[in-house]
Design a protein around this ligand. Sequence first.
Ligand SMILES: [Zn+2]
Ligand SMILES: [Zn+2]
Length: 186
Amino acid sequence: MWVSLRRKELPSFKYYPTAATSGAFEECDEQCDCCHRRRGYVVSCPPSGDFDIDLDWDAMICPWCVADGRAGKQGASFNCVDGLIESGVSQEVVEEVELRTPGIVSWQDLLWVGCCSDACAYYGDVPENEIKGLDEAGVQKLADETGFPIGHLRDYVSWYQPGGSPAFYKFVCRHCGAVRYRGDAG
Ligand SMILES: [Zn+2]
Ligand SMILES: [Zn+2]
C-alpha cells in the first residue's frame, strides 16, 4: 500500500508516458546522487555523459531529478538522440528526450524515434499479444523497422516475451498516431 501510494506521485514524462509501469524506475531506498534525498525510486538506466558531480556508470538518480532537469543541467544524458537530430526535430525536443526523460531499458543503446517533426512517445516493450497478433504485413513492417531478417523474425515472434531477447520496443507518433517498432537482442 505504501509503495502503490507513492507510485502515483511519480513524475510524468511527455515522451515516456508509461515510464512508471515500463520499468524505467526501480524502488530503491538509497539516496539520489543528484539531490541527495531518499525518494524511494531511482531510474533503472544510469545516465551517460560528463556528469559534474561524482558519478559513475552505476550512479543513482531519482525520477524527480530527471523530470525537473536538475540531473540534465549537471551533464547527465539519459537517451540516445542521434536519430532525432538527423530527422530535424527541434533542439528543445531533443533536449527534453536526452536530458529530461528517463532512459529506455534495452540491450543496446536505442535511438529515439521521430515522426512529424517531433519525437515519438515511447511505450516500453511491445505487449506480447500485439507482437503475436501481427499479420503477414505486420511481420514485414516489424522486419523493416527492426532490421531482423524476416525468416528469423517469424521464430522470434513465436517465442517473444517482453523484457526478453530479442526485444521489441514501441514508439507512437504524437501527431499521426503511427506505431514504430524497434528491436534488439542481448
Ligand atoms: Zn534526485
Ligand atoms: Zn507522425
